[in-house]
Ligand binder design. Structure first.
Ligand SMILES: *Cc1c(COP(=O)(O)O)cnc(C)c1O
Length: 411
């Protein structure tokens, strides 16, 4: 008899994207012609080709693998020095931030990193997440037993939900109570909101006061257009002592299918044992990473390194300009349609208020049936997302222009 991890039974079985798929399938089966017009602006996946600099570097790496003299087997679990150094130099030191190469751990994705990080934290932590939220943060806490059951609305007992609304600019207020771990994601998926320096400074002050740790997901930092908005949590004084940062090449370099990301754990960052002794987290993660992970592929890391070359940087810039151009068109189209629009200025997501009294799923059906456009219902990201929908700017320009025309034609 093998006992299972019963926490998995508490999971609200991946409701959002399967339900979208079910409705789209039903629609396309019933409307063969309209199905041909369908444009998908739902899932947060990039659409444009992998930058040339990356492809060249990966081709070269493949050839190295084909020669006995330059062949690579297992690499360092934490990642190759060439990539860790390129990251430290370009993403941090060039911006005046004190992050060393050996504080960076290369992985095959931020989705895994944000889930796996819970391995080094003990049971009984009070965990805060924003609402709406990237569902991975919630489900991984459910899986490891950090929550109770979900209620009717899908909220799990034991989690502290921080409401994100237009009133707070979709950046949660500092909670009155003490929490131990706080997930923050800026620029935000799904709302497209960004956090200002003042807001992040307040969160760092809170974390330092309470000995909390901020889990800062900066997967969309490359989309920030406003130079006043921090790109890294470490731009805030004191964050080295209270924050872990997650970064990914998925959205800036188009690596969603290639897979490469990294996590920053400053050596000065500590948690505590039950008896109150401070313990550095860096060696724990290092141990965890090298025990449960055998390193990202050499070829992929070579590709990621190429994103830091001059060609790579300008190719990233072109990708970002493309997607942000799309976002600007979508924002304008939704505004012209009289909808309230958020995000889309420093993030590839446009967060749109449904017309009065219309729910997220009603709007989903309307967009599907009348405009033949697939969006993501806001309520799928948490109860505070009800009454909103998300449009992704990850698409071709032609598709986005067509989506804008269809929004204008909506009743
Ligand atoms: C896309 C995304 C990531 C990146 O995930 P990968 O596993 O690196 O592809 C991380 N966080 C959020 C919120 C995202 O939307």
């Amino acid at each position: 008899m093998a006992l299972i991890n019963e926490n998995y039974l508490k999971l609200k079985a991946g409701y959002l994207f399967p339900e979208i798929a079910r409705r789209v399938k039903a629609f396309t089966e019933a409307n063969a012609d309209a199905a041909k017009r369908l444009i998908r602006c739902g899932i947060g996946d990039v659409t444009e080709a992998l930058p040339e600099a990356v492809r060249y570097a990966m081709h070269e790496a493949v050839d190295e693998m084909g020669d006995r003299g330059t062949f690579k087997g297992y690499g360092p679990e934490q990642g190759y020095d060439f990539l860790r150094t390129a990251i430290a130099d370009n993403d941090y030191k060039a911006r005046g931030l004190n992050i060393e190469a050996d504080e960076i751990f290369i992985s095959d994705g931020s989705k895994c990193d944000t889930g796996n990080i819970l391995d080094i934290f003990g049971a009984g932590n009070k965990i805060a997440i924003t609402d709406p939220v990237y569902p991975v943060y919630v489900d991984t806490n459910v899986m490891c037993g950090n929550t109770g059951d979900a209620n009717e609305a899908g909220a799990y007992a034991g989690l502290v939900y921080l409401k994100c609304t237009p009133e707070n600019g979709f950046v949660p207020e500092i909670p009155a109570e003490k929490v131990d771990l706080v997930y923050l994601c800026y620029p935000n998926n799904p709302t497209g909101a960004t956090a200002t320096r003042e807001q992040l400074t307040a969160w760092v002050a809170y974390a330092r006061k309470h000995g909390s740790i901020l889990l800062y997901d900066a997967a969309y930092e490359a989309f920030i257009q406003d130079p006043a908005i921090p790109r890294s949590i470490y731009e805030v004084e004191g964050a080295r002592d209270c924050a872990i940062e997650f970064r990914s090449f998925s959205k800036n370099g188009g690596f969603t299918g290639v897979r490469c990301a990294f996590i920053v754990i400053p050596k000065t960052l500590t948690g505590t044992t039950k008896d109150g002794t401070k313990q550095a987290l860096h060696p724990l993660w290092s141990r965890r990473h090298s025990t449960k992970f055998n390193g990202a592929s050499y070829i992929v890391q070579k590709g990621a390194e190429a994103l830091y070359s001059d060609e790579g940087k300008s190719q990233i810039k072109a990708l970002i300009e493309h997607y942000m151009g799309n976002a600007a068109l979508l924002v304008e189209a939704c505004q012209k349609a009289g909808l309230s629009v958020f995000g889309g200025a420093n993030a590839p997501y446009v967060w749109v208020g449904c017309p009065n009294g219309v729910t997220s799923w009603q709007m989903f059906d309307k967009m599907l049936n009348e405009a033949n456009v697939v969006i993501t219902p806001g309520s799928g990201f948490g109860s505070a997302g009800e009454g909103y929908f998300r449009i992704s700017a990850f698409n071709s320009r032609a598709n986005v222009e067509e989506v804008c025309r269809r929004i204008a034609a909506l009743n």
